[in-house]
Design a protein around this ligand. Structure first.
Ligand SMILES: Cc1cc2nc3c(=O)[nH]c(=O)nc-3n(C[C@H](O)[C@H](O)[C@H](O)COP(=O)(O)OP(=O)(O)OC[C@H]3O[C@@H](n4cnc5c(N)ncnc54)[C@H](O)[C@@H]3O)c2cc1C
Length: 476
């Protein structure tokens, strides 16, 4: 039988002997357990299950048996308690834009967090539902004259809590650290099913534990994020470089100055290799920035391009590009994304050993190669992994090869690229690099969490003792 989401019959309980969810249309057996009264819905129509079974990578398929579309925090409390009692595994799902099954669960409960989507703008902070997309926050924030202090990911179709759960990088990470560093407080339903408010001052252990751990200990249901005034306009400079050494020197000069609203790198293939481009966003309201002043002292002072856009046009710039790619089926492409964090000084060596070896023919027309510098803040969660040799106030760089199989029909494509990513990640690790855990590679989680591994185990016992939260399958 097939249902459209609207026609899906209500799930009313669980057959504990078979593990099957029972709908209002089915006979009730002796082992029937009624589900708690919910404000939202539990659905199991094939369309919703299929959607929840995959992520942007299109590498891994894990089909949940049921999906919660919550309408309240209490819905999540009730269902986590129910799942604890009946040993059902749970995956909170944001926009599922991770690429190697991090947010998927086999035969368990998937929670579609996008149903928690309230936004309330205050003076210095805004409270947002966990499933609010950055896209929606940017629009509403702009109408109130504010923006997130962390700035936003370049692509806005991600949930705010999803990005906090993985860490989150933006073009302003070079000043503000990870998106997670800019969260004031959170409301979390722990794996045990307790609703707890936490911050740096209140339930600090849980607050730290929720950052960079992929939903391992609890489910963020609401967050308080820092906000600052939004500019009216942004002037974006594109600076082109003859090589990575000069690029890094100018990047460091601009980062030390901390005047730009955003700073990141892109690499564009040409006949001879990859051309490093530095993207510099300068915010203003009415007076256009003086180029000579902004670019003073750099080795490259003539931009390839300098364009003025409204705040919204700049914030949505990559979304518009992605919309066009989506029309051409990009969403279904296999995406072996390579994402590693290395110390800033190790960028040239790592790049040379890995992405720098690519030929233009290795790169699909929809591939992006990006570099986000990020400041390591003093007061941060130890689970937001960085190379252990890096100390607070130093700079790390996230290097991303956002690759896909558009135009490539090689039957071994997925396998070959996964092997490549694993080999490259080993090279990064030799330099002390760590994974940004959103990408496509075989993870050694114990190695990833390094010196924090024992405390991670302690937190698991404390907040999710029955291991019902799949948390990117770190413990399975
Ligand atoms: C086109 C594109 C652009 C991207 N751009 C950026 C970028 O600019 N910066 C960046 O940092 N990353 C970026 N990413 C990478 C990354 O995949 C996302 O940061 C990440 O997926 C978070 O968003 P999400 O809502 O998709 O989370 P999901 O992928 O759904 O979830 C990520 C992890 O967090 C868990 N989780 C989700 N919601 C919650 C919750 N409420 N509570 C607890 N755990 C939860 C999930 O179980 C999973 O383990 C991009 C990805 C894509 C596909």
């Amino acid at each position: 039988m097939s249902f459209s989401p609207q026609e899906s019959p209500n799930v009313i309980g669980l057959d504990t002997s078979t593990g099957s969810w029972i709908t209002s249309e089915e006979p009730i057996s002796n082992s029937f357990q009624k589900i708690p009264q919910l404000d939202g819905n539990l659905v199991l129509d094939p369309l919703s299950l299929k959607k929840a079974s995959q992520d942007q990578g299109n590498y891994i398929t894990r089909i949940p048996s049921v999906i919660l579309q919550p309408s309240s925090h209490e819905d999540i409390v009730k269902m986590l308690r129910f799942c604890n009692k009946h040993h059902i595994r749970v995956a909170p799902q944001g926009a599922r834009h991770t690429t190697y099954g991090q947010a998927t669960v086999d035969r368990g409960l998937a929670i579609d967090m996008t149903f928690l989507n309230t936004i309330s703008i205050g003076n210095e902070t805004a409270w947002v539902g966990a499933g609010v997309l950055w896209r929606d926050f940017v629009r509403i924030g702009e109408s109130h004259g504010v923006q997130p202090a962390s700035s936003t990911p370049d692509y806005l179709g991600l949930t705010i809590a999803g990005t906090v759960s993985v860490g989150g990088f933006t073009p302003r990470s070079y000043i503000k650290g990870n998106i997670a560093d800019n969260v004031r407080s959170m409301k979390v339903v722990t794996g045990k099913g307790d609703l707890v408010q936490c911050s740096r001052d209140e339930n600090q252990t849980l607050f730290r534990a929720m950052q960079g751990t992929l939903g391992q200990f609890g489910i963020i249901v609401e967050l308080e994020i820092e906000i600052i005034p939004a500019p009216k306009m942004i002037r974006t400079y594109t600076l082109g470089y003859p090589n990575l050494d000069v690029f890094m020197r100018d990047l460091n000069t601009l980062a030390d100055r901390a005047e730009a609203g955003g700073l990141f790198g892109m690499f564009q293939p040409n006949d001879t290799g990859l051309v490093p481009l530095l993207m510099v966003d300068v915010e203003y309201d009415s007076v256009v920035p003086d180029d000579n002043h902004i670019l003073r002292g750099l080795e490259v002072t003539t931009p390839v391009d300098a364009t003025n856009r409204t705040y919204l046009e700049r914030a949505e710039f990559f979304d518009k590009m992605m919309e066009k790619m989506e029309v051409n089926g990009w969403g279904k492409a296999i995406k072996p994304w390579y994402d590693m964090i290395v110390a800033a000084e190790d960028v040239p060596k790592h790049f040379q050993e890995t992405i720098g070896t690519l030929k233009p023919s290795d790169i699909s027309p929809t591939t992006f190669i990006l570099l986000f510098p990020a400041k390591v803040l003093d007061d941060r969660s130890p689970y937001l992994r960085i190379p252990e040799k890096v100390v607070p106030r130093d700079r790390v760089c996230l290097i991303d090869l956002l690759d896909d199989n558009t135009g490539n029909t090689h039957p071994e494509y997925s396998k070959k690229k996964l092997t490549r990513n694993n080999e490259w990640a080993n090279l990064a690790e030799k330099l002390g690099g760590v994974s940004y855990p959103i990408g496509t590679r075989t993870m050694d989680w114990k190695k990833h969490y390094g010196s924090t591994w024992d405390s991670l185990n302690e937190r698991k016992k404390q907040f999710d003792p029955k291991h019902i939260l799949i948390g990117a399958h770190i413990f399975s």
